[in-house]
Design a protein around this ligand. Structure first.
Ligand code: SAM
Ligand code: SF4
Ligand code: SF4
Length: 369
């Protein structure tokens, strides 16, 4: 019998949308005075990789039941929701998953989202995170559809190690071809995400830095996080970003760079010889909740206010209920206004346990990274 494990442990109550409408003015802030700026949309919970830290095969195996097609938000529903988020202040949208390039006709969704503009007339920063396996085929059509840029995940250059980490026999050369195609298509700057697992792929830090130095890409090292419940996370497998920077600086001197925006998650470092930059995302050792402006829309249309949330608000039900745009915008506004999430700041404390209410956290492949 097929089992449905994880995705969401509970559904948060929707706010009351009767009464005075909350008209979007692009100035919404949450309970900790954090504006709403970024929206991450998971377009599929499926993936052709089984990365050990995200979708371990023991959990996401043959018996795992992914969402049926009818449960997924349609492109029309995603566009409608995205338009209302943009009216509330979102100016950056990232498509993710699962593997977003597995969603059929993803370019058609990109086309729709690329037409959205902010209340003051700016076009969106419209990007996508991918494992790169299908990117060589799709980079140009995504660019033509209006995608601004792309982030590609790559955890190792070593063939055997990369295959062990993705557990699906994909070679790094396929991802490197995807990165080259994205650069050729002008999806710039291409960012490359490497999740560092201490004792697994940390020996790849310097070879990765050497490979991408001077290539026009921005390589970012992500601390291995305790997202979801299925990856068996352990603090001993986290290599602090400070160590990553020190290891690289032994070979290539680095200078600190200013953040582009206050809510940027990566700390930037430039190569002292001017051949580009790297970033480190210290989700575990240096929480950045204070500037977190991100909302997440899951594959089946639940709105999550934190990567580590255990429950989401059922926006799909509202989208399919006949509610007007004003009513949905009011719901989104009220949900954001009540937001107090700051899991990374509280990590390990009793307050974090209280915040999760003993419920299982949602999985990364469902909510999107
Ligand atoms: N499949 C796409 C990919 O891998 O790029 C998009 C979805 S994936 C969930 C988004 C990002 O989350 C990837 O860069 C991935 O490496 C990262 N990620 C997944 N699990 C993680 C974990 N436990 N800790 C840190 N990063 C993680
Ligand atoms: Fe798939 Fe991305 Fe998760 Fe790897 S990190 S299993 S590629 S969703
Ligand atoms: Fe944002 Fe939650 Fe991550 Fe903190 S833990 S930075 S609130 S997603």
């Amino acid at each position: 019998m097929s089992r449905r494990i994880i995705p969401v442990a509970d559904v948060s109550a929707m706010p009351d949308i009767a009464g005075a409408p909350l008209t979007p003015r692009g100035t919404l802030v949450d309970a900790l005075v954090r504006p709403l700026r970024d929206l991450r949309i998971s377009v599929t919970d499926r993936c052709n990789f089984r990365c050990v830290y995200c979708m371990p095969r023991a959990v996401f195996g043959k018996d795992y039941s992914f969402l049926p097609h009818g449960a997924l938000l349609t492109f029309e529903e995603i566009e409608r929701a995205a338009r209302l988020f943009v009216a509330h202040g979102v100016d950056k949208i990232r498509l993710t998953g699962g593997e977003p390039l597995l969603r059929k006709d993803i370019e058609r969704l990109v086309e729709r989202l690329a037409t959205l503009t902010t209340p003051d007339g700016r076009s969106l920063d419209l990007t996508l995170t991918t494992n790169g396996s299908l990117l060589a085929r799709k980079a140009q059509s995504l660019k033509n559809a209006g995608l601004t840029r792309v982030t590609v995940s790559l955890d190792a250059l070593d063939n055997a190690l990369f295959k062990r980490m993705n557990d699906a026999d994909f070679a790094p050369s396929a991802v490197l071809d995807g990165i080259a195609a994205a650069q050729a298509a002008g999806l710039a700057p291409v960012k490359i995400n490497m999740v560092v697992k201490h004792g697994t792929n940390d020996a790849e830090i310097v070879p990765m830095a050497r490979h991408f130095k001077g290539s026009g890409t921005v390589l970012r090292f992500i601390e291995y996080m305790d997202v979801g419940t299925s990856n068996g996370w352990n603090m001993t497998e986290v290599l602090p970003s400070a160590d990553v920077v020190a290891r690289i600086a032994e070979h290539f001197p680095l200078v600190p760079l200013e953040a582009h925006t206050p809510s940027e998650t990566a700390q930037r470092w430039g190569y002292a010889d001017g051949t580009g930059e790297i970033g480190v995302i210290s989700s575990v050792t240096r929480a950045f909740c204070g500037t977190c402006t991100r909302a997440r829309l899951s594959t089946e249309g639940k709105l999550y206010l934190c990567l580590f949330a255990s429950a989401g608000h059922d926006l799909r039900a509202l989208l399919r209920s006949g509610a007007t745009d004003d009513e949905i915008a009011t719901a989104i506004g009220r949900i954001w206004q009540a937001r107090e999430d700051r899991y990374s700041q509280l990590r390990g404390s009793a307050a974090a346990d209280t915040a999760s209410n003993g419920l299982a956290r949602v999985e990364m492949s469902y909510i999107g990274g």
